[in-house]
Design a protein around this ligand. Sequence first.
Ligand code: IPD
Ligand code: CA
Ligand code: CA
Length: 260
Amino acid sequence: MTAWKEIDQHVKVWMNYARKLILAQIKTDVQVSTKSGPNDLVTNVDKEIEEYYVKQIKLFFPNSLILGEEGHKDSGMLKHQGYFWVIDPIDGTMNFVKEQENFASMIAIYYNGKPLLGYIYDVMKDKLFWGGPACQAVYCNNEKLNSPANLSLKDGLFGASCPMVLRNYRGINEVISKSSGARIVGSAGIEFINVMSGKLCAYLSFLRPWDYLPGKILAETLGLIVKTIDGEPVNVLSSTDVLVATDNAQSEIFKIINNY
Ligand code: IPD
Ligand code: CA
Ligand code: CA
């Protein structure tokens, strides 16, 4: 197994390159297409970054298996002994296209099925959140993060997902009414950052593995809770509703949802 510092050095070089690609193209050279529907976007930049990450991983860590949002899918991932990488080249593509901020590039790394390192890069703020069990800490750039305060729901903002609010999914409006208020950002990665930084007491959304695995690795390292809305562990390869929260907020949220 390669020392984690060596892996980390490579990943940071790749993510800096991805940031340069984004900054070079964001104003002038973004070609947008739709995937499953009009609100599910992909751009040439998403594809270019995923291809770049895959190429670098295969070059430096040839025995890796990789799952990427924009199409790269190796088989046999669950049984794999070795490195398993999950890539979301741009998380919050809608924000990338419409707002030109509030999006992130993300990578999660597992070794022999165990979490190793997670990376969420808020590209426009130039803030890279990274860390995990390999270094038993989480950093924002070079600054070590403290675990956030154990906020209760009434003392914290709740990070929501628009489709869940529109459907009042599992009584989410009741959760929001018992919080300090709701915020909807539109990038799972940025929402995870906001919970880890103590700006939110919780975030709930239906997510796919590449949306939540980098954040799960980081949030759990800081002692935050990451579970499904039924309080079950989040399976590494499933698409599911994911709640990330402080310990106090999660127990209040589960109580409200179970009584709904
Ligand atoms: C999306 C964002 C969004 C979440 C969606 C994701 P994408 O990721 O994280 O916040 O609500 O479910 O698909 O498609 O922009 O990488
Ligand atoms: Ca994406
Ligand atoms: Ca995503």
